[in-house]
Design a protein around this ligand. Structure first.
Ligand SMILES: Cc1ncc(COP(=O)(O)O)c(C=O)c1O
Length: 240
């Protein structure tokens, strides 16, 4: 495990270590813009994979894997779609990548922010030798601390370390100590459920607003008026 300056740095280091100019890199459609920005300076050829509501189509991955350098995967609450891969899809994607000898770069900054049930185990847990895993404290503690980590197979870890040292020597020790303390004294264990509740309330408010503001018009095709639900006696009425 290598501590990084945010998981974004892990993405950047993986790009430096794995990509040569012209390397084909498989990505979800759509995918996290920041990863594309980290990969782009190494001049890969991006290949978009067919995706549905659960993410990567394993058959398309099988078809596009030969000759590709790696596949970048966001199995939990994907940015930007929010989709999550179910158990069966993870197994199929993991098996397709392993069969093709295709390394998986697994980015998981949001995995702890589930509402009802935790997501299935990461792809890395299924095939640790074939995956590089990116984790972050940004979404559960503080983005400004810039604390992330990479878990990589022994064959790749020294190369990532070399790239890390070239990049910024090390992640600030002061910030590492802060995170170490909140892990040790149990603060993070108590804090994460409070953030889950906060995000869940925001999700519910968003769904209610979408339903209220953008629901299909009535059968007669006329728009309907609904009272504003801001709860502050707002006189505004929304049309739907
Ligand atoms: C999918 C994804 N990966 C990585 C990052 C970067 O996170 P960090 O703050 O740990 O660098 C983000 C930030 O928004 C993200 O959405």
């Amino acid at each position: 495990m290598l501590i990084t300056t945010g998981s974004q740095q892990g993405t950047d280091l993986a790009a430096k270590v794995l990509i040569d100019s012209g390397s084909r890199v498989l990505v979800e459609t759509p995918t996290y813009l920041g990863a594309l920005q980290a990969f782009a300076p190494m001049e890969p050829e991006f290949a978009g994979l067919a995706c549905d509501a659960e993410g990567i189509d394993a058959d398309d991955l099988k078809a596009q894997a030969p000759g590709a350098r790696f596949v970048y995967v966001l199995p939990n609450f994907q940015n930007p779609t929010g989709r999550t891969m179910g158990e069966a899809r993870r197994a199929a994607v993991s098996a397709a990548a392993a069969a093709a000898g295709l390394p998986v770069l697994e980015d998981n900054p949001y995995g702890d922010l589930w509402f009802d049930t935790p997501p299935p185990a990461p792809l890395t847990a299924r095939n640790p030798e074939g995956c590089i895993y990116l984790g972050s404290f940004s979404k559960v503690l503080s983005p400004g601390l810039r604390l992330g980590f990479v878990i990589a197979p022994a064959a790749v870890a020294p190369k990532l370390l070399q790239a890390k040292q070239a990049s910024d020597l090390h992640t600030p020790g002061f910030n590492q100590r802060i995170v170490s303390e909140v892990l040790r004294d149990g603060f993070l264990d108590k804090h994460v459920p409070t953030i889950r509740a906060l995000y869940q309330a925001q999700r519910d408010a968003m769904l209610a607003a979408l339903q209220r503001e953008l629901a299909a018009p009535g059968r007669d095709g006329t728009a309907r008026k609904a009272a504003c639900s801001c709860g502050r006696g707002c006189p505004k009425a929304s049309t739907r």
